[in-house]
Design a protein around this ligand. Structure first.
Ligand SMILES: [Zn+2]
Length: 147
């Protein structure tokens, strides 16, 4: 259950950012997690609820987007998305070593919205343009009950 560690890490980032922007309360957090991070959105939502208790982020809604794994071929420098294997380049064929993972394992906080700050925090440095963003429904962290 590594979601707990991720949730704690996320909370630190959120509290840090919200404090920096003078937010009194965090309403919404959008995070991207790489496909290889093997994060279960429901589990992360639950864990974040637990760790954010008694913090300004306690009632925040967590929107989790899953991004594909992107690697860079060391031979031609091409970037491409892969499913789960990344040992072959579409152009060069199998690459025995040095396929560089660009994204897929990390967690990126895309935006934090809250009260006390009208503009929110937009941090769109990791735009993949891959179109694979899927919102896992409208899950309020309060209650934790489905349907
Ligand atoms: Zn290549």
């Amino acid at each position: 259950m590594h979601e707990m560690a991720i949730a704690q890490n996320l909370l630190e980032i959120v509290l840090d950012e919200s404090a920096r922007h003078g937010m009194r309360r965090v309403d919404r957090i959008v995070v991207q997690v790489g496909a290889l991070a093997a994060v279960v959105p429901e589990a992360l939502t639950f864990c974040f609820q637990v760790v954010s208790q008694d913090t300004p982020a306690a009632s925040a809604r967590l929107d989790i987007e899953t991004v594909p794994v992107v690697v860079r071929c060391p031979l031609c420098g091409e970037l491409f998305e892969v499913e789960d294997r990344f040992d072959a380049c579409p152009d060069c064929g199998p690459v025995m070593s040095g396929m560089h993972m660009v994204s897929g394992r990390e967690m990126t906080v895309l935006s934090i919205e809250g009260e006390g700050d009208n503009e929110g925090v937009e941090d769109h440095d990791g735009n993949q343009g891959a179109g694979g963003s899927e919102h896992p429904g409208d899950q309020r962290p309060t209650g934790g009950r489905k349907s």
